[in-house]
Design a protein around this ligand. Structure first.
Ligand SMILES: [Zn+2]
Length: 181
């Protein structure tokens, strides 16, 4: 069986990520629920990790040390996007030089957008991270396994965020996407 790491983006305190008024939840709290639902669907398939360190680079270095002890088929960091109320769409980020990362990013974005009828951002919903300054760069670079950041929707867009309010449903959509890897 394939094995995947589910990393909750941001941290339990201080940096909880964006807060979605529509969901009434921060990225951290929302995605922790999503990860727990996914693990409940297939406990052997998923390990859940949370970040404890505030400094972004140190946090990703510590995480990579842990996930690199195991042979994951892919590692995911769960987020949602935030910008203006009209910004919308689905996107997954990968290290620019990772073919597998790119393919997985495209697959997850495609499956999520097909189900929810969201738009695919960028080219096929995949965003290549090239520079150390790119947000999320170290998560996609440091793990041995293909590493993909999932940004399924904009928490700042009321009509889009509403679609993802059902955590159980979103976990099912992600689960069927991940099973295709
Ligand atoms: Zn985030």
């Amino acid at each position: 069986m394939k094995k995947f790491a589910l990393v909750i983006g941001h941290t339990k305190s201080k940096d909880k990520g964006a807060f979605s008024e529509t969901l009434g939840l921060s990225e951290y709290d929302y995605n922790l629920m999503v990860a727990k639902e996914l693990k409940a669907l297939c406990p052997e398939m998923f390990d859940i990790y949370t970040h404890e360190v505030q400094d972004y680079y140190q946090r990703q270095k510590g995480l990579a040390y842990k996930v690199n002890q195991k042979n994951y088929d892919a590692v995911f960091e769960l987020h949602f996007n935030a910008a203006s109320p009209l910004a919308n769409g689905t996107e997954c980020c990968h290290y620019f030089n990772s073919k597998k990362g790119k393919a997985i990013a495209e697959l997850i974005s495609k499956e999520v957008s097909l189900y929810y009828k969201t738009t695919l951002r960028g080219v096929n919903g995949a965003k290549a991270l090239v520079n150390k300054q790119d947000r999320g760069y170290w998560f996609t670079y440091l793990p041995k396994a293909p590493a993909v950041i999932i940004e399924p929707f904009f928490g700042s867009n009321p009509s889009e965020a509403k679609l993802f309010k059902d955590v159980n449903l979103y976990a099912h959509v992600l689960y069927s996407a991940i099973k295709k890897i």
